[in-house]
Design a protein around this ligand. Structure first.
Ligand code: SF4
Length: 434
């Protein structure tokens, strides 16, 4: 039996796919890189924005056509599965099983039942041990860094967000389990880990998040520790000090702000003001020397005025983010923001988004240029998709570097090399191995 797992969305989903693949491999099934030869196709979905949902339904349409030609099983898991539950079968009758985000470990039972002829199988229950997934059952991809989940769910209630509904309340793994998992990853050859959670800063698995990072930092052989995502209200001066000064904590922070207007932040129920956000940024040091900061913006949130949007642009200038991820507000089912009046045209929202992204591209290029002429450590991640003979790597502060390997040469996957940075654009740096 062969299986294929397709993934949309965030790194939590990427890691869930590694867990699901591990469970299927544990049943004796073999992974294949495309669904065309799979006996089971699992779509691990995202529902954070409407566009992500459309992509899943388009894929389900293609799979429906394939199913007319040959028999195979289709499963849907992830946030869309959790959100839609039985309704998914109505909209996509070709689906055989639906698995919620808090029921991953139930996958083998559902697959067995489906193979015995069971139809429309579903488990979207909140299994209390879901976050205690055994690390040895995970089937990791060919990645330079290992993803490690430390906390699942979210206790915040941002009015635009489906995550509290699709991922449930916060559940932290015990700190000893996390440290043991990372120890095992280092023994298996990983030199970098990324600690994952919807809000890692509210970790509470027997110690706080800063304690956990310090305990992981004591492991011999580990080179870089990253983490994502952080809610500004749970970010602390102690964590900022770790980012700035701990030799193994990557000097990079993703701290989503969403808007530069207090009025919009209030309507989003983000629980902080712009000044409070700026205070947290200041904890990284006046000049943020060597530390990269990225953020998320939602443009065109209901009721966003010209002045509100200008306040977002002003914040961009003030903080000069090294990178940002920005999107037009996407109304999500069941979220409180649906009740807010939204009378701004899509055209105006699109124009605002373009303005923000153009300015960010300049700032990112400016930030990248600061590295030109310097020699920095870069971890080799993969061959560069767009340039033959080049490899893609990441600096400690998460900048993407294209390195020339030379004809017929490859660079050591997963290892750190010293790279001289020779050029910079808004999307990546260019360099050569020093
Ligand atoms: S902090 Fe807000 S945006 Fe982030 S997952 Fe929780 S509810 Fe969603």
């Amino acid at each position: 039996m062969k299986f294929h797992v397709a993934t949309w969305g965030c790194q939590m989903n990427d890691h869930d796919s590694e867990k699901l693949s591990g469970l299927l491999a544990g049943m004796g099934m073999e992974p294949v890189p495309h669904w065309s030869s799979a006996d089971l196709v699992l779509l691990n979905t995202c529902s954070i924005r409407e566009k992500a949902v459309h992509k899943v339904y388009s894929e389900l349409g293609r799979l429906r056509e394939e199913k007319k030609r040959r028999p195979f099983l289709i499963g849907v898991t992830g946030c869309l599965a959790q959100q839609e539950k039985e309704a998914l079968f109505k909209r996509a009758p070709q689906v055989d099983l639906v698995l919620g985000t808090m029921a991953l470990r139930q996958l083998p039972d559902l697959v067995r039942e489906a193979l015995e002829g069971g139809r429309r199988l579903i488990d979207t229950g909140a299994h209390p041990d879901n976050h205690l997934f055994p690390p040895e059952a995970t089937r990791r991809g060919e990645t330079a860094k290992a993803l490690v989940s430390i906390i699942e769910g979210c206790n915040h209630a941002c009015t635009f967000c489906v995550v509290p509904a699709t991922r449930g309340p916060e559940r932290s793994r015990p700190w000893k389990d996390v440290v043991e998992e990372v120890r095992g990853l280092v023994a298996a050859g990983f030199r970098e880990v990324e600690l994952l959670g919807q809000n890692v800063n509210s970790y509470a698995g027997g110690c706080d998040f800063a304690d956990l990072v310090e305990r992981i930092g004591e492991l011999q052989g580990l080179e870089w520790i990253r983490f994502t995502t952080s809610h500004p209200m749970n970010f602390t001066p102690r964590l900022a000090r770790l980012i700035v000064g701990h030799p193994k904590v990557a000097p990079f922070l993703h701290l989503p702000v969403q808007s530069g207007s207090d009025a919009v932040l209030r309507r989003m129920r983000r629980e902080y003001t712009v000044d409070q956000y700026l205070e947290r940024v200041s904890w990284l040091g006046e000049e943020r020397e060597g530390v990269s900061l990225s953020t998320d913006f939602i443009v065109g949130f209901p009721g966003e005025t010209d002045q509100d949007f200008q306040a977002t642009l002003d914040l961009l200038e003030k903080v000069r983010f090294d990178a940002s991820f920005s999107f037009i507000y996407s109304p999500r089912p069941g979220t409180p923001a649906l009740r807010l009046k939204d009378d701004l045209s899509q055209a105006e929202k699109g124009a605002r988004l373009r303005r923000l992204q153009q300015r960010q591209a300049d700032l990112t290029e400016e930030s990248n240029r600061r590295l030109v002429g310097r020699t920095v450590p870069v971890r080799i991640e993969s061959p560069a998709a767009t340039e033959a003979g080049h490899w893609m790597g990441r600096t400690a502060d998460w900048k993407n570097v294209h390195l020339q390997a030379g004809p017929g040469r490859s660079l050591p996957f997963g290892e750190l090399v010293q790279a001289r940075i020779t050029g910079a654009g808004p999307h990546h740096l260019r360099g050569e191995v020093a």
